[in-house]
Design a protein around this ligand. Sequence first.
Ligand SMILES: [Zn+2]
Ligand SMILES: [Zn+2]
Length: 213
Amino acid sequence: MTETTAGSPAAHAHASPIPNGIGRGARISHAALFSDYTPAHRVDAIGSASPSSTLTTRGPMKEHDAVTAEIFEGGCRCGAVRYRLTLAALPRSYACHCHQCQRWSGSAFSQNLFVPETALSVTGPLLHYDLTTADRTSHQHLCANCHARVYNTNTRRPGIAVVRAGTLDRSEELTCALHIYTSSKQAWVVLPDGAMAFPEAAPVEAMIAALQV
Ligand SMILES: [Zn+2]
Ligand SMILES: [Zn+2]
């Protein structure tokens, strides 16, 4: 692996592709993504969860749980970083309207996908940096060329990759299953009637129910 130093002291680039992921034709169940949560756990999607939250994926699914997987591709703005998601179906997305997501995206809200890290296979030059807040560190993964943020993982959610929904090639097909941190939602953003929405973080049970496919 070739390592180069980027401009920020907190950032460093890895030129080699991430070797994780599983290949075409693999069998998984998206339900495995959430299988190890218990009702006592709290969501930590943005940063206000209990310290007991954990989320891990379990091993290969039993045959009766398996479904035929599909490949969903995406990538960064310049095309240098490409990824594949091997999932049972097109994932559902959620929108976060918190101020941090607004600052980070430069937009009204962030739109993200929760996927098992093992379902994500990435190629291309990635820039990594870590953001530590309180009791967690999020590992951010950007294109080293165009700096588009592609996905992150978080020490509070082992095994889960949070993929930027807009990087998906088929993003126009996505649905938005729930909205969180609507207390800081921009006024012009009007949610559809009946949309699942939470003024702050959502209970993990609601996230699970809304996002699993
Ligand atoms: Zn790029
Ligand atoms: Zn947010």
